[in-house]
Design a protein around this ligand. Structure first.
Ligand code: IMP
Ligand code: MG
Length: 188
């Protein structure tokens, strides 16, 4: 019988930046922070689908039971299949739940230019009428710009995949985050 070896790194990955254990540890810490900040309240976690799907699922489980967690997703498109942003996000999937009057934390996989998060923050607050909105991003390529209230890790300006992050929809299922070999997207 052929056994699956979970320690084998995907051949398209140049190097692993954050291991599964490091990610899980940091997500638990973020969950603890949210548990403190929203203790005794109802918190609506809105994940940006699909990149934040894995992060959203783990984060929801890391929040203490003193917080009532509502889960939703929003679809937004700005990247196509490339590796640089075109800066014009648009909603492709509306949240199912009522956002009006809710305390929302927007859960995002990674902030690069900041266009996606800026657009969604405004949408959630001003258009959908949330009572409050904060952003929780697993990765931020420029954390000094303070575009998220909660950040998992500062990320170097390289293209990373795994743990929800994709290149042309691939690699989302990897349990770790790594740098994609440039040969994979060069010439696209
Ligand atoms: P922004 O609008 O420029 O901040 O781009 C944010 C979105 O671009 C994220 O939701 C990701 O989907 C995507 N993105 C940015 N950087 C990366 C990366 O290194 N790997 C995979 N997706 C990325
Ligand atoms: Mg995304």
């Amino acid at each position: 019988m052929v056994m699956f070896a979970p320690t084998l790194v995907h051949r398209d990955i140049e190097r692993v930046v954050w291991t599964e254990a490091q990610i899980q540890q940091r997500v638990r810490e973020l969950g603890t922070q949210l548990s403190t900040d929203y203790a005794g309240r109802t918190l609506t976690l809105v994940g940006v689908f699909a990149g934040a799907a894995l992060f959203l699922a783990d984060l929801a489980r890391a929040v203490a039971p003193s917080v009532t967690v509502h889960l939703d997703v929003v679809g937004v498109s700005s990247y196509g299949n490339g590796t640089t942003t075109n800066g014009r996000p648009r909603i492709t999937q509306m949240p199912e739940l009522t956002i009006f009057g809710r305390d929302v934390v927007l859960v995002e996989d990674i902030i690069d230019s900041g266009a996606t998060v800026a657009f969604l923050r405004e949408q959630i607050q001003l258009v959908w009428g949330a009572r409050s909105v904060r952003v929780c991003a697993l990765l931020d390529k420029q954390p000094q710009l303070c575009r998220a209230e909660y950040v998992g890790f500062a990320c170097d300006p390289v293209f990373v995949v795994g743990y929800g992050l994709d290149y042309a929809e691939a690699y989302r299922g990897l349990p770790y985050i790594g740098v994609l070999k440039p040969s994979i997207y060069q010439g696209v």
